[in-house]
Write a protein of this length. Structure first.
Ligand SMILES: NC(=O)c1ccc[n+]([C@@H]2O[C@H](COP(=O)([O-])OP(=O)(O)OC[C@H]3O[C@@H](n4cnc5c(N)ncnc54)[C@H](OP(=O)(O)O)[C@@H]3O)[C@@H](O)[C@H]2O)c1
Length: 338
C-alpha cells in the first residue's frame, strides 16, 4: 500500500493516510533531535503525501506540539488530519527545576496529570495555542492504563471516563473536534472504555503488532462492530521490529527481554527465507486489519523515515504470511495483506 493512500477513519467523516507521522521522537525521547532534523522529517513526510500527524502535550513537555505547529502552520489546514491528547497540563518553570526523563532537553514546562472536565477543556485550548493551529481533528485521552498509572489506574480511569469524556463529548457535539478516543498501551483499557462510552477511535500503542495480537480477542472485533477506528502507535514495539533482535533493541521503551528477542529472531529467520525486510512486514501487517486505518510510525532521522516510507509498499509474497502462521509466529485469525 502507498503511504499516502487515504482510508476511512471508522464511522467518522474523516480520511487519514495509511502512514501517520508520530511525534514522540521529536519530543526528544531518550535523545535530542535538533531543529533542522525535526523540520526535515516533517517536510519529508509531507512531500511523501503523509497527511496524518499525531502529537501530545506529554511529548517533550510541549516540544513535539511546538514542532508540529511550526512545521504545519502554513499548510492548508483542510489538507491534513491532526490528533493530540488530553490528560496532562503544562506549566512554565525554570529548566533546572524540571525532571524531563525520559525526555531530553525538552520545553520549559512541568507536566501534571489532569483528567477533570475543566482541565480537559484547558488542555485542548493550550495545545491549540502551543501549536498556533485553529483545530485538532482527533483528541485522545492519554495514558489511563496500568502501564503508565500503576495501582492508581482504576481511579484514574473512572475519573477520565467522567471528566475527560464529558468535555470531549461536548467538544465533539459542538463540532470543535471530529473524533474522540483513548490513547494507551493496553488494549484491555480501550475495550473497557468502548463498552462504557461512545468513543470514535483509539490509539493503541504496541498491542497490535507483528509480535503480539492479543487485541484480536475481544477489542478489535468490538471496534469493527461499533465502527471505531484504531490507529496503531508503537507498531515497532518501540524499536525491535524496526531494528531486529540485536543488542540494545527496545521493547516497550526498555531493553527487550530475552523471550521477545527470541521470538523476533524467529520472525527474522522467516523474513530471510522470503527476502522480506522485518520492518516492511511490521508496517504492512498492522494496516491489513479492517479496523485499523493507519500506522503511526515514530522516526528519529530522515533516513529512518525514508526507509519506513519505502518499506510500506515493499512487495511481500503471500507465502510469507502463511509461513509465519504455519510456524506459530502469527495468529491464525490475524488478517494479512492481500
Ligand atoms: N499512549 C499513546 O497514545 C501512545 C503511546 C506510544 C506511541 N504513541 C504514538 O505512536 C507513535 C509511534 O510510536 P513510538 O514512536 O513510540 O514507537 P515505534 O513506532 O514502535 O518505534 C519508534 C522507534 O523505532 C525506531 N525506528 C523507527 N524506524 C526505524 C528504522 N527505519 N530503522 C531503525 N530504527 C527505526 C526508532 O528508534 P530509535 O529512536 O531508538 O532510533 C524510533 O524512535 C508515537 O510517536 C506517538 O505519536 C502513542
Amino acid at each position: 500500500m502507498h503511504p499516502a493512500q487515504t482510508r476511512k477513519f471508522g464511522r467518522v467523516d474523516l480520511d487519514v493516510t495509511a502512514f501517520g507521522f508520530g511525534t514522540a521522537p521529536v519530543g526528544n525521547i531518550f535523545r535530542e533531535i535538533d531543529e533542522q532534523t525535526s523540520d526535515a522529517m516533517y517536510q519529508t513526510a509531507w512531500d511523501a503525501g503523509v497527511r496524518f500527524y499525531d502529537t501530545a502535550p506529554m511529548y517533550g513537555h510541549g516540544l513535539a506540539e511546538l514542532r508540529t505547529g511550526q512545521s504545519l502552520r502554513w499548510k492548508d489546514r483542510d489538507e491534513y488530519v491532526l490528533s493530540s491528547k488530553v490528560g496532562r497540563l503544562l506549566k512554565p518553570a525554570a529548566r533546572g527545576s524540571i525532571d524531563f526523563a525520559p525526555w531530553v532537553n525538552a520545553a520549559p514546562f512541568t507536566s501534571h496529570f489532569d483528567y477533570s472536565y475543566d482541565g480537559t477543556m484547558r488542555s485542548v485550548e493550550d495545545s491549540l495555542q502551543r501549536m498556533a493551529l485553529e483545530r485538532m481533528d482527533i483528541c485522545f485521552i492519554h495514558d489511563i492504563d496500568v502501564f503508565t498509572r500503576g495501582k492508581d489506574q482504576p481511579e484514574v480511569f473512572a475519573h477520565a471516563m467522567d471528566g475527560c469524556y464529558k468535555a470531549l463529548d461536548k467538544l465533539r457535539s459542538e463540532g470543535v473536534v471530529k473524533a474522540i478516543g483513548v490513547g494507551v498501551n493496553e488494549w484491555e483499557v480501550c475495550y473497557e472504555a468502548l463498552k462504557l462510552r461512545d468513543f470514535d477511535c483509539f490509539l493503541l500503542a504496541g498491542r497490535y503488532t507483528l509480535l503480539e495480537q492479543g487485541s484480536l480477542n475481544d477489542f478489535l472485533p468490538l471496534c469493527e462492530a461499533r465502527g471505531a477506528a484504531v490507529v496503531v502507535g508503537g507498531g515497532f514495539n518501540s524499536g525491535i521490529l524496526a531494528t531486529g533482535a540485536k543488542p540494545g533493541a527496545k521493547y516497550n521503551y526498555s531493553p527487550a527481554p530475552q523471550a521477545i528477542m527470541d521470538k523476533v529472531a524467529k520472525i527474522e529467520s522467516v523474513c530471510a527465507d522470503h527476502s522480506v525486510p522485518l520492518p516492511a512486514a511490521a508496517l504492512q501487517f498492522v494496516i491489513a486489519h479492517p479496523a485499523i486505518p493507519s500506522f503511526i510510525a515514530g522516526t528519529r532521522t530522515v533516513d529512518q523515515l525514508k526507509q519506513n516510507l519505502a518499506w510500506f509498499s515493499h512487495p511481500i509474497p503471500a507465502e510469507f504470511w502463511a509461513d509465519l502462521k504455519a510456524k506459530g509466529l502469527l495468529r491464525e485469525d490475524a488478517p494479512v495483506p492481500a
